[in-house]
Write a protein that binds this ligand. Sequence first.
Ligand SMILES: Nc1ncnc2c1ncn2[C@@H]1O[C@H](COP(=O)(O)OP(=O)(O)OP(=O)(O)O)[C@@H](O)[C@H]1O
Ligand SMILES: [Mg+2]
Length: 145
Amino acid sequence: MKRNEINRMKLEFDATSQNEAFARMAVSVFAASLDPTLEEISDLRVVVSEAVTNAVVHAYKNRGGKIGITAILYSDRSMKLKIHDKGCGIADPERCLEPLYTTDPTGERGGMGFPIMQAMSHAFRLKTAVGVGTTVYIEFRFQGA
Ligand SMILES: Nc1ncnc2c1ncn2[C@@H]1O[C@H](COP(=O)(O)OP(=O)(O)OP(=O)(O)O)[C@@H](O)[C@H]1O
Ligand SMILES: [Mg+2]
């Protein structure tokens, strides 16, 4: 089925932990016109949080930077999300996608962010380059009630 783009937005904000709440709120409000269920909104919020947290803590090592989000809504009730940072990049992306893999030295992180993003979305792709940054591409298809 051919799908038409019906709405698009772009955000750029500082890579701080308080902006994680802003980002998940902004994206879920933007998606509301596709009439997702509460469970679908909850999954979307978790996925945005995981990606933004990764940019704050891993890409920029809590020292700040910019995070970009582009979201596109389509007529078939699907949504494309692009979450982008210009941080350190990932040297071994395949390994980073594995469950329980983390480079966090504090023991606070579980290495489950990428597996959760993959499990809760309908499509997931990672593009990254060391010293350039990381982009995650995520797609949702809302089924509704
Ligand atoms: N945007 C990013 N920039 C640089 N490295 C990243 C980025 N996102 C993830 N990584 C790397 O990938 C690893 C795995 O990420 P993932 O989100 O799965 O786990 P985590 O963040 O370590 O733990 P959790 O998400 O469970 O708190 C991270 O430990 C980090 O090394
Ligand atoms: Mg993570």
